[in-house]
Design a protein around this ligand. Structure first.
Ligand code: NDP
Length: 394
C-alpha cells in the first residue's frame, strides 16, 4: 500500500524540499498524495499536483482559484481555495502530513491533520508558539506523532532518542547569528530589507531570513522547544555558532553533552521526519570536518538582538502570550518589509504590543482554545500596528 501524504505549504522552501525527497523516494510509486497547498504561486502548485497526482490542490487565496482551476484543467486534480478549504483538505485522512505553511496560517491545517492519528512533520513552528498546549493535547488525544522539522528541534529530537527526558539538564539551540552577527547596533538600526535577507548559511525565503537576522526566528524556536519537549525556560539556552554545523546540543545530568551535526540542508530534518523511525539514505552533503577545521561558539548579545530576551518574558507570562508574540512579530515584519519601520523597531513594536496586552489582562487564560488564539492574534496585530505607527524608520 502506498503511503498517503499531504503537504501544506508545498510551494515554499520546505515544501519544495519535501517534494524533492518524495520524488527521490519513488514519487507516485511509493506515495499517494492526498492534498497539496500553496499560496500565490498557483502555477507551481498545479505543476506539483500534476506530477504527484494529488487528489486536491488548495491555494490559500480565493482570488487565485480561477487561475488554479485553469492550470489544473484536464488533470483530474480537484482545485479549491481559502482557509476553510485548507482546513477541509487537512481533514482528508493521510498517514504523513507536512505542515510547512509560513506563519499563524499554518495552525489550523496542522491541528486538523493531527486528528488522523498519523505523523505530523512540523516545520510551522508558529503553531507551537501560538497554541502549543492545543497542538500537543490534540496529538495525545488522537495518538498522533509530531516530528519537529526545524533543524534545531530535529537535532534535539534525535539526540534524545532512547534517552529518559527526566535526565536532561539543559538543551542548547544554536544560532548562526545571521548577517548582522558582527554589526554594531547603530548599523543594525539602519539595516535594509535586502541586507537582512542575505543569510550567510541557509537559503531561505524573505520572511524567515529577516526573522533570522533579527533573531526572532531563534526566539520562536526557544518557545517551540518549551512547548514541544516540555523543558522549563531556564533549561533552554541559545549559543551563537557561525558555521551552522552543530544544530543543537542536549546536556544530561551527568554532565554529558550530545551534539547533532549536519550540513545546512533542510532535507536532512525533512527526510528524518519522512522516514522516522527508519533512517533512509538522504541526498545531503557529508560533512568533512577536517576541511571545516574549527567550530566557534559564543554567547548571544541580547542588547543587539532583543528578541531572545522578549521570548523569555513571553514564556514567563504564559497563557496567550505566545500567540500575541507571534502575531505582533508577523505584523512588525510586514511593517519593516513595507519600509514603514526600521529594523530595530520590530522588537520595539513586538514588546510594546505584548506588554500592552499583558497589562490589559488580554493574555490571561487557563485553557487555550482556537477561538482565543485567533482573537489574541487579531488584537496583537492591531497593537503592533499602533506601535509601528508611533515609530519612524531609524
Ligand atoms: P516559504 O515562505 O518558502 O513557504 C511558505 C508556504 O506557505 C508557501 O507554500 C506559501 O505559498 C504558503 N503560504 C504563504 N502565505 C500563506 C497563507 N496566508 N496561508 C496559507 N499558505 C500560505 O516558507 P518556508 O518554507 O521557508 O517556511 C515554512 C515554515 O517552516 C515556516 O513556519 C518556517 O518558520 C519553517 N521553517 C523553515 C525553514 C527553512 O529553512 N526555510 C527551516 C525551519 C523551519 P506561496 O509560496 O505559493 O505563496
Amino acid at each position: 500500500m502506498r503511503r498517503r501524504v499531504s503537504i501544506f505549504g508545498a510551494t515554499g522552501s520546505i515544501g519544495e524540499n519535501t517534494v524533492d525527497l518524495i520524488r527521490r523516494q519513488g514519487g507516485v510509486e511509493t506515495f499517494e498524495t492526498v492534498a497539496l497547498s500553496g499560496g500565490r504561486n498557483v502555477a507551481r502548485l498545479a505543476e506539483m499536483a500534476r506530477e504527484l497526482r494529488a487528489a486536491i490542490a488548495v491555494t490559500a487565496f480565493p482570488d487565485r482559484l480561477e487561475e488554479l482551476r485553469a492550470a489544473l484543467a484536464g488533470s483530474g486534480v480537484e482545485a479549491a481555495a481559502g482557509p476553510a478549504a485548507l482546513a477541509e483538505a487537512a481533514d482528508r485522512p493521510a498517514d504523513w502530513t507536512m505542515s510547512a505553511i509560513v506563519g499563524a496560517a499554518g495552525l489550523v491545517p496542522g491541528l486538523r491533520a493531527l486528528a488522523h492519528g498519523g505523523t505530523l512533520a512540523l516545520a510551522n513552528k508558529e503553531s507551537l508558539v501560538c497554541a502549543g498546549p492545543l497542538m500537543m493535547g490534540a496529538a495525545r488525544r488522537h495518538g498522533a506523532c509530531i516530528i519537529p522539522v526545524d533543524s534545531e528541534h530535529s537535532a534535539i529530537f534525535q539526540a534524545l532518542a532512547g534517552e529518559d527526558r527526566a535526565r536532561v539538564e539543559r538543551v542548547i539551540i544554536t544560532a548562526s547569528g545571521g548577517p548582522f552577527r558582527d554589526w554594531p547596533l547603530e548599523r543594525i538600526a539602519r539595516a535594509t530589507v535586502a541586507e537582512a535577507v542575505a543569510h550567510p548559511n541557509w537559503d531561505m525565503d524573505q520572511r524567515i531570513s529577516i526573522d533570522s537576522a533579527s533573531m526572532f526566528n531563534k526566539a520562536l524556536e526557544i518557545i517551540e522547544a518549551k512547548e514541544f519537549f516540555g523543558f522549563r525556560p531556564d533549561q533552554i539556552e541559545v549559543l551563537v555558532h557561525p558555521q551552522s554545523i552543530v544544530h543543537a546540543l542536549v546536556g544530561f545530568r551527568d554532565g554529558g553533552l550530545m551534539a547533532h551535526l549536519g550540513p545546512a540542508d533542510m532535507r536532512h530534518a525533512i527526510g528524518y521526519a519522512l522516514n522516522y523511525p527508519d533512517r533512509a539514505a538522504l541526498p545531503v552533503e557529508r560533512l568533512d570536518l577536517a576541511a571545516i577545521g574549527a567550530l566557534e561558539f559564543r554567547a548571544p548579545d541580547t542588547a543587539r538582538f532583543p528578541a531572545i530576551r522578549i521570548a523569555r518574558s513571553v514564556m514567563e507570562t504564559g497563557g496567550l502570550a505566545g500567540a500575541a508574540f507571534n502575531a505582533a512579530k508577523e505584523a512588525a515584519l510586514d511593517a519593516f518589509i513595507a519600509g514603514r519601520i526600521g529594523f530595530l523597531d520590530m522588537a520595539r513594536c513586538v514588546e510594546a504590543a505584548v506588554e500592552a496586552m499583558s497589562a490589559a489582562g488580554d493574555l490571561n487564560c487557563d485553557t487555550i482554545d482556537l477561538d482565543k488564539v485567533v482573537q489574541t492574534d487579531h488584537l496583537a496585530r492591531i497593537r503592533a500596528e499602533e506601535a509601528a505607527a508611533r515609530s519612524r524608520p531609524d
